[in-house]
Design a protein around this ligand. Sequence first.
Ligand code: ZN
Length: 231
Amino acid sequence: MTTTALVLFSAGQDSATCLAWALDQCERVETIGFFYGQRHAVEMTQRAPLRDAIAALRPSWTPKLGGDRIVDIAGYGALAESALTSDRAIEFEASGLPSTFVPGRNLVFLSIAAAHAYRIGADTLIGGMCETDYSGYPDCRRDTLDAMQRALSLGLDREIDVQTPLMHLSKAQTWSLAHDLGGDSLVDVIVEQSHTCYEGDRTQRHDWGYGCGACPACDLRAKGWAQWRAK
Ligand code: ZN
């Protein structure tokens, strides 16, 4: 496949699976993440151990993993204030979208990632956006990302490929993909090191990993795990 890929890496289950997928498919892989005023720093502290643990799983993956970059866009987070970046409760709003929706988040992430990709000579952006399982964030839809891919390619005057390997997978299928890529050891690394919980809770360990067990992100992760294990 491609030469160099830049993975949008939040240290969650989805982006961890994307990182393994990229290491399997691409010749060189770097990661980028964003601080946009999240309520919890957990995602930031889990990045390095999760990246290192995934890359260490296969001898062919280890040398492919390059640098990690965190970009501070807290100003954007303040503009686009949501339950992820404030103390507002996580609930559904009149628009039908959850209060965790950060307007335009993936468009902003991809624009910044594309700028970094341009500098490091990467031609592919990889993200864990998924339109199957979740609450219909409009910037996770493939239609949106097709338009974004075209806008970035035109705007940079360079072909930028936006790959979304999880787009049509359920959360159970995402666990299954991780297992296909790296077996039980990758699943174990994702359970142990990735972080999904909106509440930033790493005090409670479940069979699917750490989290409060009650927020929408934990709920989704727990259900997907249970479905996958049932098979
Ligand atoms: Zn939670």
